[in-house]
Structures are given as structure tokens and as C-alpha cells.
Design a protein around this ligand. Structure first.
Ligand SMILES: CCCCCCC/C=C/C(=O)SCCNC(=O)CCNC(=O)[C@H](O)C(C)(C)COP(=O)(O)OP(=O)(O)OC[C@H]1O[C@@H](n2cnc3c(N)ncnc32)[C@H](O)[C@@H]1OP(=O)(O)O
Ligand code: NDP
Length: 267
């Protein structure tokens, strides 16, 4: 079954995030789009980024009429100077939330990953996250804000065919826990979310569909993670209810991290 068993529920109260500002990377599609729309629906002024302007414009169209707002600036997060300048621009009037969502990888056994392929995935999924988070630090400190970084279910146990991505995201988890300590007295909270299989355009195409079906079948609860449920969790972490949540990896995956996990792609 690749569809959720029940419609996703919105449980947070309207207006919860009114008066707050957030930056979401990878906001033009999939999880990043759903997160941006939910945050804006709860009243946040959201700024999104990603490389494709038309994808970001699509999110902006969907955000029309929501309680908050969605503005965007195209940017490649792997270009450190450009993305650092973007953080400065977006945060000029305050920043309450940073969502490090842009990411991705290709599936390949480690012996087939070139050095450039490794570096590309580590740049996208680790180095860019450090650059953006460091640039956001003074602004988050001023507002006692939060950082949520999108990770992977099972990141703490490894995954065949994902050595580059797991290494990068395990690095992000280590960074998250270290900064949760360093920045605790600044009131900044940092957490990682580990979604299970999420049906997004990143998993589109016939070959991906076959992998998707096998991943879902191997998920103990037998269903994928809806983007809306990831978005609700991000909003919770951004809200006062998440006040003491920091340094966590929260896996929203139907127990996928306890099942066969990513390994089965390699079999
Ligand atoms: C039970 C648990 C369930 C959890 C499920 C988790 C599943 C996760 C799903 C997702 O994350 S989907 C959402 C994200 N979307 C994607 O992952 C797709 C996006 N991927 C990419 O854009 C690329 O893979 C990229 C490498 C991250 C970036 O591509 P870019 O265009 O910037 O680089 P390239 O110039 O194309 O390549 C750079 C380098 O990498 C080598 N390479 C690329 N693909 C492969 C491959 N399939 N196999 C081996 N090597 C590859 C490429 O050859 C280049 O290196 P050189 O050849 O020049 O040495
Ligand atoms: N789908 C899944 O099953 C799972 C996904 N994840 C993770 O969740 C996150 C979102 O994935 P998902 O929504 O599924 O996938 P998508 O491919 O739909 O989203 C990835 C987003 O990242 C953006 N992005 C990629 N590279 C860059 C870059 N260099 N600079 C700026 N933006 C970039 C893309 O925008 P653009 O192309 O316009 O740059 C895109 O909007 C990723 O980190 C993914 O690995 C984690 C677990 C499971």
C-alpha cells in the first residue's frame, strides 16, 4: 500500500505561528513545499529557496490566501557565498525558524561512487547545512529560534547504497546535537526529522516506483509518510510546544528504522 490509511490531520491551532519568520530550503517541491504551506497556513512569513524558480513560483501560487505568506529567491545551497548572502537578506528583519530541507542523493554501491559524486552529495547534505545554519545563528539567537534539518529514517544505523548520504546526514545529526549544546543558552533549539518513505517527485519514475513499493512493503506499519505529517511535525517543533525539544532525531516513518530499511534496495 503506497497511500496513507487515513487522511492526514492538522492538529495545530490556527494563528499559532503568526508574527514569526522562517526560511525553508528546497521549498519548491515535495516535503519542502508542504512544510512551507503549513507554516504559512499557521501564520508564518515563510521565505523559500531552491534552484528552480518555476517550482518556487508554484509554491507561492498555492500559498495565496493563507494567513501567513510565502516569498522566494532561487539559490543553489551548494554555493556557499550566495546562500550565506540569502540568509542575511531573509533574516534582516528577524528569523525564528530555519528548515534545512534541500537534499538528495543517488543510489549506488560505495565502490561505484566517484570522488566527485561523494563530494557532491556531502556538499549538498552536510556542508551546505553547516553554512546556512552558521549564517542564521546570530539571527536565531536574537529571536530564540529553531532549526529543523531533514534527515533519513535509519540514519543512525547505515544503509547500503547510501554511504555518501548517510555519512553526510549522520554528520548533520552530530552537528545538530553539538550545536544543541553550544547554543542552548542562546535559546536556540536544533532537531532532525527522519522521514520514512515519502512519495514525492524525488521518488518519481518507473524504477523509483518499484523501489518505493518495496520500501513501503518493508515498513512495519505498511504505509508511506505523508508530506503533511512531516509538515505538522516541523510546525510543532517551531512552536512553543517544542520549547524543550532539542538535539533530537525524530523518525516519522511507521517504524521503518526498525525494519529492513534501506538495505533492501541493494538486494
Ligand atoms: C525504509 C526507509 C525509507 C527511507 C527512504 C529514503 C529514500 C530517500 C529519498 C530521497 O531523498 S528522494 C528526494 C531527493 N531527491 C533526490 O535524491 C534526487 C536528487 N539527486 C541529485 O540531484 C543527484 O543525485 C546529486 C548528485 C545529489 C546532484 O546532482 P548534480 O546534477 O548536481 O550532480 P551531477 O553532476 O549529476 O553528478 C555529480 C557526480 O555524481 C555522480 N553521480 C551522479 N549520479 C550517479 C549515480 N547514479 N551513480 C554513480 N555516480 C553518480 C556523477 O557521475 C558525478 O561525478 P563524476 O562522474 O563527474 O565523477
Ligand atoms: N522522499 C523521501 O522518501 C525522503 C526524503 N528525504 C529527504 O527530505 C528532503 C526533501 O525531499 P523530497 O521532498 O522527497 O524531494 P524533492 O526532490 O521533491 O525535494 C528536494 C528539494 O531540494 C531542492 N534542492 C536540491 N538540490 C538543491 C540545491 N543544490 N540547492 C537548492 N535546493 C536544492 C530541490 O529543488 P531544486 O531542484 O529546485 O533545486 C527540491 O525542491 C531531502 O533532503 C530528502 O533527501 C528523507 C527521507 C525520505
Amino acid at each position: 500500500m503506497t497511500e496513507p490509511s487515513t487522511p492526514p490531520k492538522e492538529v495545530l491551532r490556527p494563528g499559532l505561528l503568526a508574527g514569526t519568520t522562517g526560511l525553508v530550503t528546497g521549498a519548491g517541491s515535495g516535503i519542502g513545499r508542504a512544510v512551507s504551506l503549513r507554516l504559512a497556513a499557521l501564520g508564518m512569513a515563510v521565505h523559500g529557496t531552491g534552484r528552480r524558480e518555476e517550482a518556487l513560483a508554484g509554491t507561492a501560487t498555492l500559498a495565496e490566501g493563507l494567513a501567513g505568506s510565502f516569498a522566494y529567491t532561487p539559490c543553489n545551497v551548494r554555493e556557499t557565498d550566495a546562500v550565506t548572502a540569502l540568509v542575511e537578506q531573509v533574516a534582516a528583519n528577524g528569523l525564528d525558524l530555519l528548515v534545512n530541507n534541500a537534499g538528495g542523493q543517488f543510489f549506488a554501491p560505495a565502490a561505484e561512487i566517484s570522488q566527485k559524486g561523494w563530494n557532491t552529495v556531502v556538499d549538498l547534505n552536510l556542508n551546505a547545512i553547516f553554512a546556512v545554519t552558521r549564517a542564521a545563528y546570530p539571527h536565531l539567537k536574537a529571536r530564540r529560534g529553531a532549526v529543523v534539518s531533514m534527515s533519513l529514517s535509519g540514519v543512525d544505523r547505515g544503509g547500503m547504497g547510501f554511504a555518501h548520504s548517510i555519512a553526510a546526514r549522520a554528520g548533520v545529526l552530530g552537528m545538530t546535537r553539538s550545536l544543541a549544546l553550544e547554543w542552548a543558552r542562546d535559546g536556540i533549539r536544533l532537531n532532525c526529522i527522519g522521514p520514512g518513505t515519502v512519495v514525492t517527485e524525488g521518488l518519481a519514475g518507473e524504477a523509483a516506483r518499484e523501489i518505493l513499493d518495496r520500501l513501503v512493503a518493508a515498513t512495519p506499519m505498511g504505509e508511506p509518510t505523508p508530506v503533511e505529517e512531516v509538515a505538522e511535525l516541523v510546525a510543532y517543533l517551531a512552536s512553543p510546544a517544542g520549547r524543550l525539544m532539542t538535539g533530537q532525531l525524530i523518525q516519522i516513518d511507521g517504524a521503518a528504522h526498525l525494519g529492513p530499511g534501506l538495505h533492501l534496495i541493494a538486494s
